[in-house]
Design a protein around this ligand. Structure first.
Ligand code: NAP
Length: 267
């Protein structure tokens, strides 16, 4: 029986993924910052893990290995969006965004890769975003983290393939989760009034687009496919918006693409 460990499994994509693998017979280590144990089952382990806290990672891996004997797959899902005007963001906030979305994810990879190498196999599944290959206004630092995850993951896949460690990149479009409300770290200093009109318009339009997003179960499906299709495929794009925009970005010149986005969201 296979075991999957998922970060950020309290809500949204992480939660849907945990449920999907559990329903299909895997052992699930559902890790979260604030554990809540609502299911008693020998294939289900909830344990505390904050990706910014190395001790919590070590304890979670120990608990997972003690319970299930091995870990076959890691889903690096934990993350959130720092959103707003870059000029309003202080360094602490920017560092916190990188600390979670980039260094937290790398910390998890560093914790699991030695075990996968010793096991002779394993799978790293990193949840990036369509926003790891294209951009929208007011998500500058979030995009910087997801572009970092995208490049990191693509490069890492080369060096881990000979060790039989498969690496996968999940690229969701807008997904209806807590991402846009509870989890979002929105910052805009209204005193920087030159931005106010475009912030109001842009955020309103982006929230509207997000409200038409796919369900988190669509991402769980893609993660399931990535974990089980036996292929060496790297990228799994989820959602009609992500597929359409990434295709558009490939075929139209850069300037045309950026004018289209600006017109749609700010024009
Ligand atoms: N929703 C979208 O449109 C969308 C699109 C593309 C990519 N994504 C990516 O998908 C991933 C999951 O987001 P979601 O949409 O499912 O949003 P979500 O429902 O807000 O879930 C985010 C999860 O990450 C956890 N988390 C945040 N900081 C953490 C930390 N330091 N350590 C451990 N866990 C932490 C949260 O835990 P708490 O419950 O403790 O806050 C929560 O479980 C993120 O990486 C996000 O960037 C989302």
């Amino acid at each position: 029986m296979k075991t999957i460990l998922i970060t950020g499994a309290s809500t949204g994509i992480g939660r849907a993924t945990a449920e999907r693998f559990f329903a299909r017979g895997w052992n699930v280590v559902a890790t979260m910052r604030t554990p809540k144990s609502e299911r008693e089952h020998d294939r289900w382990l909830v344990t505390r893990l904050d990706v910014t806290d190395a001790d919590s990672i070590a304890s979670a891996l120990k608990a997972a290995n003690e319970r299930f004997g091995r870990i076959d797959a890691l889903v690096n899902n934990a993350g959130y969006g720092l959103v707003g005007t870059f000029e309003s963001m202080d360094e602490a906030r920017i560092r916190r965004q990188f600390e979670t979305n980039v260094f937290g994810l790398m910390r998890m990879c560093r914790a699991l890769i030695p075990q996968f190498r010793e096991q002779g196999e394993g799978m790293l599944i990193n949840v990036a975003s369509m926003g790891g290959r294209l951009t929208f206004p007011f998500y500058s630092v979030y995009h910087a983290t997801k572009w970092a995850v995208d490049g990191f993951t693509e490069a890492l896949a080369f060096e881990l393939a000979p060790l039989c460690i498969r690496v996968k990149l999940i690229e969701p479009g807008a997904i209806k989760t807590d991402f846009y409300e509870r989890s979002a770290d929105f910052v805009h200093d209204r005193a920087l009034s030159a931005y106010n009109a475009i912030v109001d318009k842009g955020m309103r339009r982006m929230r509207k687009a997000a409200s038409r997003g796919a369900a988190p179960e669509a991402v769980a499906d893609a993660i399931w496919k990535a974990a089980t299709d036996g292929s060496s495929r790297l990228r799994y794009v989820v959602g009609a918006d992500a597929k359409g925009l990434l295709a558009l970005r490939r075929v139209v010149p850069d300037g045309v693409y950026r004018r289209l986005i600006a017109k749609q969201l700010l024009g």
